[in-house]
Each structure stands twice: as C-alpha cells, then as structure tokens.
Design a protein around this ligand. Structure first.
Ligand SMILES: [Zn+2]
Ligand SMILES: [Zn+2]
Length: 737
C-alpha cells in the first residue's frame, strides 16, 4: 500500500525524510503537497516529493497535517527543483523553499473603508480617545479608496483600538481582501495602464529575423536556447515583447527574468503596456503578496511572470517561452544556499519543457559565447542601434606617455581634463567611472603596466603589506616584490591609487563653477538614495557624476556626451580568472552610457595597458575576439567553459582553526579526487577577513561534473576538524573573492 511520503524539509541535507500518511489524508496528499511534520522535538513545514510503499526506516512518524492554503508544487517544478538540488549540491527542501513563498495561512489583508452612505463624513468624534478617532477619519477623508489597516495604524501613529471603536459605532468598516494585484510597491498598475498598445516603431531587419526565429521555435514547441547578442540600444526589449506576444496569443505562459536592479516600475510598464497583466516577483515583496501572485500564476489567471533571480521557479502554467535579460549579470547567481545560477536553471527548465529560452545581453559571458560557438545555443545578432544612432567614439588615453599628471590625485590626465572642460562648455554632462572596490592590491607597474601574475594560475598576485610579499589566491604561491619593475626599472611598484572620493575632491577644485556628485557604496545607502542622485543628474542639476561600477548598469541619461573611464586597468588586477572578461564587459557597458540622446557620445579610456586584449576588444566592442583570447588561456588551465570549477570557503573567527579545518579537509579531497579532480589550495581567500571571520578557500577543477560533485559533497558530509568553522560549497562559482 502506498502510504509512505518522502518529504523535503528546508534543511541543508539532500535526502528527503520518510513519513507515514495517516489514513484520513490518503487521498489528499500527492507529490507537491505542503505538509506539517514532526521533526526532532518540533514541527516543520515540508513538501511531499514522492509517494511510495517502502522505506528503509522501520519506524516512521506520521504526517501531522496538510498545510491549508499552502502552495502546491507542480510535477514540472518538482523535477526542476530536484535537478537544482542535485546539481548545486544542496538540500531539496532548501531549493523548494527558495522557489516558494512560505506557506501562509493568513493571506488576506485587513482593510478599512467608509460604511456606505457615510463616505467622507466629518471627523467629529467626542469623548475619551476622540483625538485618535478623528485622526483616523481625517486620514480616510483624504484617501477615498480602502486603506490597509496596518498602514492606517502606522500613518496615524495610533493603536488599532480607535479603528475598532469606529467600526463598532458603524462609521467605518473593517473587511478582509487580497492585497493589490500587482507587485509594484504602492501602485496598482492594473488600473493605470492601458495595455495592448501599438508598438512605437516597426522592428528593423535584424530584429525581425530574431523575432521570426524565436516565433518559429514557439510554434514548434521545441527546446532551443537563443543567445540574443545586441549592442546597447539595439532594441532587445522589442524582440522579447514580440516573442512574448506570440506565446501569449497561443495561450502559453511567458517568464521574463531581469536583474533585481533593472526591475524598475518603468521596465515593468514597458512590458505591461504591450502584454497586459503581469505577476511581478522580486525579493522586496512580502510573502503574503508573493503567495497571491503564485496562486494567480498556478491557476493560469495570469500568464506572464516577471521577476529577478528566484522567479526562474515561478509556477507559470503552460510555459511556452523564457527570457533572461542581461544574462551576463552576476546577480543571477545566488550567493547563499542554494547557490544556483538563474540563467542556467532557466536553460534547464526550457530543456525539460521543450520550449525556447532567450538569453539577451550586450556583453554575454564567455560561457554563453562558447556555447553559441559550439552550436549548443543559436546566436541572434543585433549589430545596429535602433534608428541607426551612432555608437560613441572611443579614445584611448595612454597614461604611460604623459609626463607628470594633470591633477594632484594623479587620476586625471591632461587630455581628459581638456575633454571634460570642452563638454562642460557645451553645457553637456560628464560621467566618470572608477572601478575601485577598495581592492586595488594587485602589483602592477604604474609606468609600463607590467603586472605580476601567478605562473600556474595566470591570475594577478595580491600584495600583502604586512608581510611585504605577493601571493596567488588560488594556489597560495608566494613571491617577493623586487624594488624595480622587471620590464622598465621603475621604482614605485608598491604604491596604491586613490579612490572615487579623491577624484570628487579634485574635480571640485578644478571646476568650482559646476556641481559634482558621487555614486558609490559610501554615498548610496539605499535604492532610494541612488535614485535621488541619478534623478539630479538626469534633471541636469549635477554636471559631473563620478561613480563605481554602479553607474555602468543600464542607467539612461540623455545629457551625457562624455564618459571617462579613469583607470581601465583596475578590474584587470582582480585575483579572478574572469578579470579580463569582466574588464571588457564593464568597458562595453560603460561605453554604452554615452550618447544615447541626440548629441553624439565620446568615451575616453585612461589605461597603462592599451595593448591588453581585454581593452582592445572593448574598444572595438568585439567579444568574439575576446573569446578567442580567453579560450586559449582557459583551455590550457581548464577554467570554465573548458572545465568545471567549484569553490569551498572556510570561515572562522579563529584564524588558526580556519586553516586547520581547511587543511584537514583538503587532504581528504585530494585523496578522493585522485587524478580526476585537481584540488588547489587552501589559500587565503582574496577577501581574507569578512565580518570578523577569517577566510580560506579551496578550488576544485575537473573535466567531469560528476567527479567534481562527488568530491565537493565531502565538504558537506565530512565532520569538520573544528565545528566552529563554517564550510560552504559553491558549484560554478561566479564570485571568487
Ligand atoms: Zn614597469
Ligand atoms: Zn597560483
């Protein structure tokens, strides 16, 4: 008799747990049903993933109850989540928890409105507590639509008792209803936007070709991943929208993923105007609201879902198309367990369902480009900007050729200062970009650009001041720093460079008559603050904006005609095998910021390594050539996409314990890995101390995914040398710091 349920519980153990199904629940429980089960001394939520008639455990506890109103998982999602847990080596329950809002009993929200006939009645309460009651009535006078009770309490600064009193007196009523339909905070888009709007313009030939290919695949109902490679401003969104229209018209569901930072009301509006109702899922959404969106999708009431990373698991019914915009963005990779990459999960989901998946980017990752080169993805190119607007002209400023510097910080060349002045004279705006994450610790020659790299890993060595040595953060190799540059004999090797704050100061003294602002992690404490700084820039209140990589991300500011990249070499110095790729991507993205208005744009790149292929490829916006260079290095050293990588991080407040745990485990990993998995380290992680914990890491390289997973799993199953040491395993790591 099939009365045993395998239940996935959100704990970091891959296996599910067996429970007996009580007779009265037999018909009620199917795979995907959320249940409450006894777990140790307490009760936990879990999801039934399988129903079976046998268990290796002789004595089973019983399922306590089915979670009423809990989110049920479809078979399709269960398969996908099982794959995710397997691939990323995490608990199946953890994976499900990421995909679903927590089961909530109380999904409805208490709201307050006038009793019919008394709308807008005067606040004229008397007696004890009249003050608070009048405040409530005043507030409601100004807000004719129902107001959530919680908001009323907060905005009026009262308890809920005056509201209840008013309700008892029959002046207002409290009722329950579902929260507003759309996920955009504070605004219900359903009422405000007429959808089914005509397209603003006809797609150009390239766009039409791309649309036609994707449409064909939608109708064929066959798996195919497309890599939509389009320069900034080439109209990728129009391709997504038209492909989505096709799928929706055929009665299918559509899933669109955007990086969190791009999920702005404007972006959502662009889709809803043309495609109709959408369920928006992002991390800021409370569980209750997420639950409502999930239910609408599950019932098929809404067929289009948009969201950030975790929306890749959205329960869209009859899914017919998945779009991943800005697919190169590192925010698609989750940095805590389960450490999944939403782009890769999206491709897997499309594969399982037999539907097309569109990955769009102006700067695809080397992995995506290599997949396209090998024919696993089909490449669709958009090489022309919409309305044939010219790309910005890129000028290289070779810092080695300049005697002395243009300013006291040493970051602005005379040429760049001239360009800034000319731009300001034309009353246009300047965006300056300094990719400095407080991490400029690589050793390179400031005169000739020579960079110290590890012989076996080909990543830049990091300088350690207290020991006066340079170390590789992959294999731990150490080297002394000579007094003179081996290439040009320059003697200033150990100097560090100043950051954004210093540049801002310098600009203020150089151009006292204009307004300079700064956008980096120090000035941006919240999303709202960032929007304020950008809005001032957009309004022309600020003439020069200096910022870190934050300014590179898709912000459209029409008045900007000069983009200056102060130090194009910084990202090249990061101890990361992707440093050249990331440099080229960033420079391409930054260059895309210039000249999106009517005036033509100019980009000035200051560099000491103008002949470095990453810089040359960025100038030509030629990522295929970059791929060729990268392939030659990565093939030799077995870095992705020519080998699989995993990373294990060890963290402890005690430095000695961190290293001891790391060393003990590493020797076991080396035995287990034999010659199938190369184990590098332990080495200090580039970020050696984070939030009071010392960090070491180990890298695993292999040509076999399965071997890598088997060895990696030891990090979770082996008892650590010190129990205080936190050990985390990351498959396909993006962040190596
Ligand atoms: Zn030198
Ligand atoms: Zn090394």
């Amino acid at each position: 008799m099939k009365n045993i349920a395998r239940v996935a519980i959100p704990v970091p153990i891959h296996e599910a747990f067996d429970y007996r199904i009580p007779d009265e629940m037999l018909g009620q429980i199917v795979p995907g049903t959320p249940v409450l089960v006894p777990f140790g001394p307490s009760r936990r939520y879990g999801w039934v993933i399988e129903i079976t008639d046998h268990s290796v455990h002789p004595k089973l506890r019983k399922i306590h109850s089915v979670v009423e109103d809990g989110a049920t998982l479809s078979e399709e999602l269960l398969t996908l989540l099982d794959w995710t847990a397997n691939y990323y080596v995490c608990g199946i329950g953890e994976a499900i928890e990421t995909a679903l809002p927590k089961p909530v009993r109380e999904r409805k929200v208490r709201q307050v409105r006038w009793v019919r006939g008394l709308e807008g009645a005067l606040p004229d309460e008397k007696g004890g507590g009249a003050d608070a009651r009048n405040r409530v009535l005043e507030f409601l006078q100004q807000h004719p639509k129902p107001v959530p009770l919680r908001r009323l309490v907060e905005d009026c600064g009262i308890s809920d008792s005056p509201i209840k009193t008013l309700a008892k007196k029959g002046r207002i009523e409290i009722f329950e209803s579902l929260p507003p339909e759309f996920g955009v905070p504070g605004e219900s888009l359903a009422d405000s936007i007429p959808w089914d709007q005509p397209a603003p313009f006809e797609p150009n030939d390239e766009q039409q070709t791309a649309i036609a290919r994707i449409r064909e695949q939608i109708f064929l109902e066959k798996y195919q991943t497309f890599l939509l490679h389009g320069v900034t401003g080439s109209g990728k969104t129009e391709v997504y929208i038209r492909a989505a229209q096709t799928a929706l018209a055929a009665g299918k569901g559509v899933l669109v993923l955007l990086p969190e930072i791009a999920l702005t009301p404007q972006a959502i509006e662009r889709f809803t105007e043309r495609l109709g109702p959408v369920a928006v899922l992002h991390s800021m959404l409370p569980d209750t609201e997420r639950a409502v969106h999930h239910e609408r999708l599950r019932k098929g009431e809404v067929k289009l879902a948009m969201g950030a990373r975790s929306a890749v698991f959205a329960p869209v019914t009859d899914l017919g198309l998945i779009v991943v915009d800005e697919c190169h963005e590192s925010s698609y990779k989750q940095e805590n367990s389960p450490r999944y990459h939403a782009r890769d999960v999206a491709v897997m989901r499309a594969h399982q369902l037999g539907i097309p998946c569109v990955l769009g980017s102006a700067t695809p990752s080397m992995e995506s480009l290599e997949n396209a080169r090998q024919g696993r993805y089909e490449k669709l190119n958009l090489e022309n900007r919409v309305s044939n607007r010219d790309m910005a002209t890129i000028e290289i400023i070779d810092r080695r050729k300049e005697k002395g510097t243009g300013d006291s910080s040493g970051l602005l060349s005379r040429r760049l200062i001239d360009l800034i002045r000319q731009t300001l004279d034309r009353e246009e705006q300047v965006l300056l970009f300094l990719n400095r994450r407080g991490f400029a610790r690589d050793v390179h020659c400031r005169q000739c650009g020579y960079s110290f790299r590890c012989n076996s890993c080909d990543i830049p060595l990091t300088y350690h001041k207290h020991r006066d040595i340079a170390q590789c953060h992959y294999c731990a190799e150490q080297r002394g720093i000579p007094d003179r540059c081996p290439q040009c004999q320059f003697t200033g090797l150990r100097q560090r460079s100043p950051g954004t704050e210093r540049v801002e100061e310098t600009l203020v003294s150089l151009f006292p008559e204009v307004r300079v602002d700064r956008l980096d992690r120090d000035t941006v404490t919240s999303g709202r603050r960032m929007e304020q700084i950008l809005q001032k820039f957009r309004d022309g209140e600020t003439q020069i904006l200096v910022g870190t990589q934050m300014v590179a991300k898709g912000h459209d500011i029409p008045g900007v005609t000069l983009v200056g990249v102060l130090d194009a070499d910084v990202a090249l110095g990061l101890p990361d095998f992707r440093s050249a790729e990331k440099t080229a991507q960033l420079l391409c993205q930054v260059a895309g910021r210039a000249g999106r208005g009517d005036a033509p744009g100019r980009v000035a790149l200051q560099t000491r390594q103008p002949e470095h292929y990453a810089i040359e490829c960025a100038v030509r916006q030629d990522l295929d050539e970059l791929l060729e260079h990268e392939n030659s290095v990565r093939q030799m050293l077995h870095y992705p996409p020519h080998g699989f990588l995993a990373r294990i991080v060890f963290e402890d407040e005690d430095e000695k314990r961190t290293l001891e745990t790391a060393e003990a485990l590493t020797s076991k990993l080396k035995v287990e890995g034999e010659n199938r998995v190369q184990v590098l380290g332990p080495a200090p992680a580039p970020l050696e101390k984070l939030r009071g914990r010392f960090r070491h890491h180990v890298l695993l390289k292999s040509n076999s995914r399965e071997s890598l997973r088997i060895v990696g799993r030891l990090a979770q199953t082996e008892k650590p040398r010190w129990s205080s040491t936190r050990i985390t395993l990351d498959i396909d790591p993006q962040n190596l710091l």
